[in-house]
Ligand binder design. Structure first.
Ligand code: FES
Length: 180
């Protein structure tokens, strides 16, 4: 058992939802509920923080490492609060061979942040992620925001500049809630 202090928020505030998710799986396979529970947490405005991951691990009687490995693998789960728009640039090897690292540096320079950081106005977070299944279309990235997820392939810095301006002016771009 992890020594990390687990949150109680899912079990207290969302006990019905947690029970409903757990009912979908046999007792000996309840570890399969890890993704629905992570989705529940994020849908309710929580990030997959260590305490939330620890709570999910306790609920499912698995290690926090097993939960963290899911969070680390899927770009749709995130452990840290971010900006309204998460720009997730693929810098995995095939994209790196097509200049993704240099592209990511230029995007960061444009926004005045480093990889993993959020702009001071809270609008944009730039993240480096693994393969997004568009390896022949680098530089490419996905953007997650209140409108969902969108993919942008064969991008130039001019394209990014236009997108940044468009998103900055978007009124439908809802902000994700901060972590507890
Ligand atoms: S390596 Fe970048 S999309 Fe596959």
């Amino acid at each position: 058992m992890s020594s990390t202090i687990a949150s109680q928020i899912l079990r207290t505030r969302y006990s019905d939802e947690v029970k409903d998710i757990l009912q979908r799986y046999p007792d000996d396979q309840k570890r399969s509920a890890v993704m629905p529970l992570l989705f529940l947490a994020q849908k309710e405005g929580l990030q997959a923080t260590v305490s939330v991951m620890s709570e999910i691990a306790q609920i499912l009687e698995i290690s926090i490492t097993q939960v963290a490995s899911i969070v680390g693998f899927y770009t749709l789960y995130y452990a840290h609060p971010g900006g309204k728009n998460r720009i997730q640039i693929c810098t995995d090897l095939p994209c790196a061979l097509r200049g993704a690292d240099d592209f990511a540096d230029k995007v960061c320079e444009k926004l005045g942040v480093n990889i993993g950081e959020t702009t001071e106005d809270g609008e944009f977070t730039v993240e480096s992620v693994m393969c997004l299944a568009a390896c022949d279309k680098a530089p490419m990235f996905q953007i997650q925001n209140g409108d969902g997820i969108s993919y942008h392939e064969r991008q130039t810095i001019s394209d990014v500049q236009a997108l940044i301006e468009q998103l900055s002016n978007s009124e439908t771009n809802n902000s994700p809630k901060d972590a507890e």
